[in-house]
Write a protein that binds this ligand. Structure first.
Ligand code: FAD
Length: 304
């Protein structure tokens, strides 16, 4: 039995990032499961204030933190930022701690993170509520800040879903079965993921509907704004997504509306726009909207 390649249990900030990163690298059979409602399923990420200090003695951890900061700075949810880059200040109240701050500044600088040890006056300028009589120095890292964890989860889950990651919320993982030392099934409160996948595949797709999907995907390859269109794998992804939508709606057959509702999510990330189109800010989403207008819906004589 062939099941999902990757099942990510937990859509906190770590699971959401993993789904985003794997899907960005071309993994295409990923299921993200959380027992809670998204984007605030109730784990640590739903409660954390989200302070991010990038400096670490470990180069790997510092690079991961820096990568995360850069990524979250590039994301937003409806125009609201996922990261507030207010800067970080670690203060020293003993000479030994001042020496430690200098060590940390050296690590940060060596790992490519801007950092400097500042005197008491500068610490108070940055954070006026500090006690001048106790603070001897501070380590200031201007690119540190606050991650807005719930938004970071939402932005990354939505981006992963647009690349075809299946997202199951309010679904608890109850068991992970193994055979010969390998994971064979993930049992959830909604059933075994393999069984769900089989149920999706059993949803009827009329040959007319298959041709409709192939026609849509084919036109993405002929579009003048597109350098490289969606491949037959795109057709398959769109068909499976439409089958899943039909199943969630309680139908055992796919309709044109299932296909139209998911065409952008299933295909847009597969298109590589031509340089000229990119110069005009033409988007893959717009190409797919245009294609959907052009392709006649099965059973009708006029385009959708
Ligand atoms: C009060 C508080 C303050 C914090 N402050 C900071 C801070 O300032 N800076 C910082 O870096 N870190 C901070 N942390 C830590 C940080 O929030 C966590 O390290 C981080 O959120 C962990 O993310 P995660 O995705 O691993 O876990 P979580 O966000 O806990 O996600 C795990 C997910 O798994 C789901 N899950 C669990 N079991 C199952 C199951 N059987 N089936 C399906 N789903 C399941 C849960 O519903 C949950 O959504 C803080 C944490 C707390 C609680």
């Amino acid at each position: 039995m062939v099941g999902p390649q990757v099942v990510i249990v937990g859509a906190g900030v770590v699971g959401a990032a993993l789904a985003d990163e794997l899907s960005a690298r071309g993994w295409n059979d990923i299921t993200l499961v959380d027992q809670g409602p998204l984007p605030e399923p109730g784990g640590s990420s739903s409660h954390a204030p989200g302070l991010v200090f990038q400096t670490s003695g470990s180069k790997t951890m510092a690079e991961l933190a820096r990568y995360t900061v850069e990524k979250l700075c590039s994301l937003d949810v409806a125009g609201e930022p996922c990261f507030l880059q207010v800067g970080g200040l670690e203060v020293a109240t003993s000479p030994a701690r001042v020496a430690e701050l200098h060590r940390r500044a050296a690590w940060a600088t060596a790992w490519g993170i801007e950092a400097r040890v500042v005197d008491t006056d500068e610490c108070l300028r940055l954070v006026p509520m500090l006690d001048r009589d106790r603070v001897l120095a501070g380590l200031h890292v201007p690119t540190d800040g606050l991650a807005k964890a719930v938004r970071a989860v939402q932005a990354q889950v939505e981006r992963a879903a647009s690349r075809g990651v299946r997202v199951l919320e309010r679904t608890e993982v109850l068991d992970i079965r193994t055979e010969d030392g390998k994971v064979s099934a993930v049992v959830t409160s909604a059933g075994e993921l393999q069984l769900l996948q089989q149920a999706v595949r059993a949803i009827h797709v009329d040959p007319q509907m298959q041709r409709y999907i192939v026609h849509i995907v084919g036109l993405t390859r002929d579009h003048p704004d597109v350098y490289l269109g969606a491949s037959p794998r795109g057709s398959l992804a769109l068909m499976r997504a439409a089958q899943a939508r039909a199943m969630l709606a309680g139908r055992d057959y796919v309709t044109p509306d299932d296909v139209k509702a998911l065409a952008t999510a299933a295909l847009a990330h597969r298109l590589i726009m031509s340089p000229e189109a990119r110069m005009r800010n033409a988007t893959a989403q717009a190409v797919i909207r245009g294609v959907l207008q052009e392709v006649p819906v099965p059973g009708s004589r006029v385009p959708a």
